[in-house]
Design a binder for this molecule. Structure first.
Ligand code: ASP
Length: 349
């Protein structure tokens, strides 16, 4: 029996055309995109489409995450897998948010898009789209029980021959076809002539699927630079209503050691702001014990985010912020691995 796949179209370059006057790209309706891919008729899966109001993904808001998560959760029982067509700019944020909002989803959710519009001769959109459908439809048979199940059971991103866990992704190139990377977690499959999944890298649900739709967007990212002094930091952390901060530190999680700087941080923590430590380095892990400066941040109450991406840390704080009113509870929940978004120290896969 062929797999039943839902395509969710949100916009992005894949479905864009050039406006004749300005030459800027603007996303089109799904029907116009569909006409550019006659190959879809030859796919063995049965496809249905749900087209949302198409947007450039730089317009994505937490309310869009909620719309998407609700749609996927409602349709979970009716489909074998899902492909979400999405702009590349914020794809890693949406993929991360969905992974935390749809815990233990247990079915494939593959986000994809393209660097060139689907109507352009050299487009990467067709391959990305068609292979994503194939991945979402892929099934594995248990050799012992004969039971058949979806091979992928988590939120992932397929882009430029790479399949990655969604909450490990980051857009690292504005022009390469290999635009999306996963610096701290390996690819979930080798995609070449054959599609070979790395079964040991795949996430498996531990509980029944759940849906979280209360997000708290009051999360700020503060990127340390040598010129950022205590006074300016204090202004940033005094933003009205601020709940949580992702502090982008140096190396293994280090920051200035002056007491003025650390006092600002510990006062913010005491005032109930949750601050987490994400390194500016894309590979490796925050290890607060390695340097005295990192240890000082820990003592000031900053929570190490290990090897989480910025996108995962921001969206995890938003999702958990909607569930935990108290900063202690939010901080404790943040430290737990929810959907394979962080590695265990000394156990990088
Ligand atoms: N600006 C576009 C978007 O994110 C870029 C893309 O899709 O590649 O919607």
């Amino acid at each position: 029996m062929s797999a039943h796949i839902l395509i969710v179209y949100t916009g992005g370059t894949i479905g864009s055309v050039e406006e004749s006057e300005t030459k800027s790209l603007r996303p089109l309706d799904f029907e116009q995109l569909r006409l550019q891919i006659p190959e879809l008729d030859r796919i063995s899966a049965s496809l249905e489409v749900e087209a949302l109001d198409p947007i450039d993904s730089s317009d994505m808001r937490p309310s869009h995450f909620v719309e998407l998560a609700e749609l996927l959760f409602e349709r979970r029982e009716s489909f074998d897998g899902f492909v979400v067509l999405h702009g590349t700019d914020t794809m890693a944020y949406t993929a991360s948010a969905l992974s935390f909002m749809l815990l233990d989803f247990g079915k494939p959710v593959v986000l994809t898009g393209s660097q060139l519009p689907i109507g352009v001769l050299r487009t990467d959109g067709k391959e990305n789209f068609l292979t994503s459908v194939e991945i979402a439809a892929h099934r594995t048979v248990d050799p012992h029980t004969g039971e058949e199940f979806s091979t992928l059971q988590e939120v992932a991103v397929y882009f430029g021959d790479d399949l990655f866990r969604g909450n490990r992704t980051h857009k690292h190139s504005a022009e390469d076809f290999h635009a999306i990377g996963s610096a701290n977690y390996p690819a979930l499959a080798e995609v070449g002539v054959n599609l070979r999944f790395r079964h040991e890298a795949l996430l498996r649900p531990k509980n029944l699927p759940s849906l979280a739709t209360q997000l708290d967007p009051r999360v700020l990212v503060v990127h340390l630079t040598p010129g950022l002094g205590a006074e300016m930091l204090a202004h940033l952390l005094a933003a009205p209503g601020l709940r949580a901060v992702v502090l982008r530190t140096y190396g293994t999680g280090n920051a200035p050691s002056s007491s003025a700087f650390l006092d600002v941080i510990s006062s913010a923590v005491t005032a109930g702001i949750v601050i987490v430590n994400v390194s500016q380095c894309s590979t490796g892990m925050v290890d607060p014990d390695l340097y005295a400066t990192g240890r000082l941040l820990l003592a000031a109450g900053v929570i190490p985010a290990r090897d989480m991406t910025i996108e995962a840390a921001v969206t995890k704080l938003m999702v958990l912020g909607g569930q935990h009113a108290l900063p202690e509870a939010l901080g404790a929940a943040f430290s737990e691995d929810l959907a394979g978004e962080q590695s265990t120290p000394g156990k990088l896969l």
